[in-house]
Write a protein that binds this ligand. Structure first.
Ligand code: NAD
Length: 264
């Protein structure tokens, strides 16, 4: 094989359709020679994920719902059986009840708080635990976060608290797994219109706001996030761990609305 990812095998969690960030990262890795495995969440997504897997020759590990540890175990058992080892994992999973991705954070319910943290935060640690055993030659774990972890974004609410916890997990996991040469990083992506994002209140407004105020004066694509993901999953970033890297057209450095931005 040829390419930056030749000889590397990776599990990608979070492909829902061809607009998913996970798909952008998977494509970038496959183009560089990586061998990939996908999971899908439930039968409804199976018919979307299978053709995408076929497009890049990826293995389909079956249903995986991260709230059910048995389905995560089944996925890793399949990887172990088929490959015996693992080089990288992409965790591009998040969830919160849409009814609470609007209005005030303070109104978050106990049930949705726990569920959001379980799916969006704990799952990364659950996956790291299992990946560690198969990453016998070292490895790279990558998760996806958002600026709403650092600063208050309208409607992001409990998801912002979850992303802050996810970013802290990246640092703790990096320290625990570093001695085994397993690196742990996150990409903080700018807003992209995906299935998950459509649950966030006034998302179109957030997209416009970023377009007018980011240094590059545009939003980012899943291809751009994919290429940055490729860096973290390849040996190009072999000296990097515990990092939260912004792929957001530079939005995170801006302290004030641009003078020439029209009123939106
Ligand atoms: P998406 O809807 O394409 O992907 C979200 C994925 O999470 C889906 O594949 C879904 O099946 C999966 N998922 C949800 N609950 C699950 C569960 N219980 N078990 C297993 N899988 C589950 O949307 P996306 O925007 O590509 O989201 C991927 C990641 O990127 C998320 O963590 C999201 O928070 C993050 N992110 C998105 C944006 C954005 O603007 N789209 C920006 C920054 C970060």
């Amino acid at each position: 094989g040829q390419g930056l990812m030749a000889g590397k095998r990776g599990l990608v969690l979070g492909v829902a359709n061809n607009r998913s960030i996970a798909w952008g990262i998977a494509k970038a890795c496959a183009d560089q020679g990586a061998e990939l495995a996908f999971t899908y969440q439930g039968e409804a997504l199976k018919k979307r994920v299978e053709p995408l897997a076929a497009e890049i020759g990826a293995l389909v590990c079956g249903h995986c719902d991260v709230t059910d540890m048995a389905t995560i175990d089944a996925c890793f058992a399949k990887i172990e059986k088929e490959w015996g080892k693992l080089d990288f994992v992409v965790h591009a999973i998040g969830f919160s009840d849409k009814d609470e991705l609007t209005g005030r954070y303070v109104d978050t319910t106990h049930g949705n708080f726990l569920r959001t943290m379980d799916i969006s935060v704990y799952s990364f640690t659950a996956i790291a635990q299992r990946a560690e055993k198969l990453m016998t030659d070292g490895g790279s774990l990558l998760t996806m976060t958002y600026y709403g972890a650092e600063k208050v974004m309208p409607n992001y609410n409990v998801m912002g608290i979850a992303k802050a916890a996810l970013e802290a997990s990246v640092k703790y996991l990096a320290v625990d797994l570093g001695p085994k040469n397993i690196r742990v990083n996150a990409i903080s992506a700018g807003p992209i219109k995906t299935l998950a994002a459509s649950g966030i209140g006034d998302f179109r407004y957030i997209l416009k706001w970023n377009e007018y105020n980011a240094p590059l004066r545009r939003t980012v694509s899943i291809e751009e996030v994919g290429d940055s993901g490729l860096y973290f999953l390849s040996d190009m970033s072999r000296g990097v761990t515990g990092e939260v890297h912004h792929v957001d057209s530079g939005y995170h450095v801006v302290g004030m609305k641009a003078v020439d931005a029209p009123d939106i």
